[in-house]
Write a protein that binds this ligand. Structure first.
Ligand code: SF4
Ligand code: SF4
Length: 435
């Protein structure tokens, strides 16, 4: 059986991967909490603009903030209730602070009238119809990048292939696995709508070889579907990074500073495909998604949560008290949070509690082992970048490829001297932007 892979990267040891904590637990549909906190800045680009006022009654599915230009996205209320606040400042899982709309639940679950379509009707839609639905439903990349989805489909470059990313190579996380296990038919239909939107003749669903059950289920479902196939990848981190995925599958490289569409490819996450299917067939905007809550917690599991749910609804005080680390996003690429008064946003698919970070310890001198260089999937010299940041040589960062770093965290993970190389690199990026 052919398995694709890429150069660089690292194998996360099975004992450290910890997907077993949640992979077979039942998904809990979280009861909507009393308050939801919906940041206006849940996408790459500009924050959306509120279109409701304090005191307004809203229904589930109602648009409450409108995209501000192309690089932005609409925001909808997951529940019915009252708008309590409009510009509530809250910590986001990205580490930034953002204004949020706060909705108080009335527990009546009154919904707007959703426009439903049969699959057959939906398959008759035009590219413009589907990109309009993407835009209206507030779809963004659900793999974490939060790139507004419709933008990928409305440019004037020709698309030859849509790739669905179902790799989920981050240790601990299993939300995408659950989506593919429970909703692979919707994922496939979502991909069909993406093919209509892009005009691409083929689509490929990418799955790692640690998820053979979903690979087999998708493969079986695709019999008689010549335009769509499923490809198997060797388990390796960060196989799910966009450029590494494209390179492994097609042997093509996305140019430095470019986008996949520059080489005729669009990549979306499997969760985005499922959300598109819901938007097209059920008329539902993006208001809920799957979230892995795991690590050193009493009951690790996947939840289906309304966007805007605070972490404190899924992480108990006891779980918090026995751990030093609260991560949003993932073990390797996630951000450390200092409070559970942080809402689940469109781009967050995991919350992880840990007693401490792996490979953490007092920083020792570099032993010049070259592991960070050998395993960097972007072919950079992380140790050089870290030293440039340490010694304030910011003007040399760009020429050493800093902006090509995909922030996968592999270098920090493999460094025997516990040098937190990614922290230095992120600081360097921040300084460059600030200057
Ligand atoms: S330098 Fe960036 S891309 Fe390379 S291993 Fe480190 S975090 Fe990943
Ligand atoms: S992995 Fe750590 S010790 Fe080895 S070369 Fe890189 S920075 Fe130095």
């Amino acid at each position: 059986m052919k398995k694709f892979s890429f150069k660089g990267g690292t194998h996360i040891h099975k004992a450290a991967e910890k997907k077993n904590l949640t992979v077979s637990s039942e998904v809990e549909i979280l009861k909507s909490p009393e308050y939801l906190y919906l940041p206006l800045n849940q996408q790459l680009g500009k924050p959306s603009i509120p279109i409701v006022n304090v005191g307004d009654q809203v229904k589930a599915g109602q648009k409450i903030a409108e995209k501000d230009g192309a690089f932005s996205s609409n925001l909808h209320s997951p529940i019915s209730g009252t708008v309590e606040k409009i510009d509530y400042l809250i910590n986001e899982p990205t580490g930034n602070r953002s204004k949020a709309i706060v909705i108080k639940n009335d527990f009546n679950n009154q919904e707007i009238a959703f426009i439903k379509r049969s699959t057959q009707e939906a398959l008759g839609l035009t590219s413009k119809n589907i990109t309009d639905i993407m835009e209206e439903a507030g779809l963004v990349g659900l793999g974490g990048a939060t790139f507004p989805t419709s933008i990928k489909y409305t440019g004037n470059k020709k698309c030859e292939m849509v790739i669905l990313n179902g790799i989920e190579c981050e240790p601990y996380n299993t939300a995408d696995y659950i989506i593919m296990k429970k909703h692979y038919k919707e994922v496939i239909r979502g991909l069909k709508y993406m093919l209509i939107a892009s005009g691409a003749p083929k689509g490929v669903i990418c799955v790692e070889d640690n998820k053979m059950d979903v690979y087999e289920a998708i493969k079986n479902e695709l019999k008689g579907e010549p335009a769509i196939s499923v490809a198997l990848f060797k388990e390796k981190y960060p196989q799910g990074a966009e450029k590494q995925l494209i390179s492994a599958l097609t042997k093509k490289e996305v140019p430095y500073g470019g986008l996949p569409i520059d080489i005729g490819i669009i990549v979306n996450n499997v969760g985005t495909a499922m959300a598109l299917c819901e938007a097209v067939e059920e008329g539902k905007p993006l208001t809920h998604h799957y979230l892995t809550v795991t690590g050193n917690v009493s009951s690790p599991k996947n939840y289906l949560v309304p966007i805007g749910t605070l972490f404190s609804e899924v992480v108990s005080e006891d779980d918090l008290a026995k751990n030093k680390v609260l991560l949003a996003g993932g073990l390797m690429m996630g951000k450390a949070m200092y409070t559970t008064h942080t809402p689940v946003t469109k781009g967050i698919n995991a919350v992880i509690c840990l007693e401490d970070m792996p490979n953490k310890g007092p920083e020792l001198p570099c032993v010049r082992c070259s592991s960070c260089i050998d395993e960097c999937p972007a072919f950079l010299e992380p140790t050089t970048l870290a030293n440039l940041v340490k010694y304030n040589k910011y003007d040399q960062l760009e020429e050493n490829g800093l902006l090509a770093c995909i922030e996968c965290g592999t270098c920090s993970y493999v460094c025997p001297s516990h040098i937190q190389l990614l922290d230095y690199i992120r600081h360097g990026k921040y300084e460059l932007r600030r200057r």
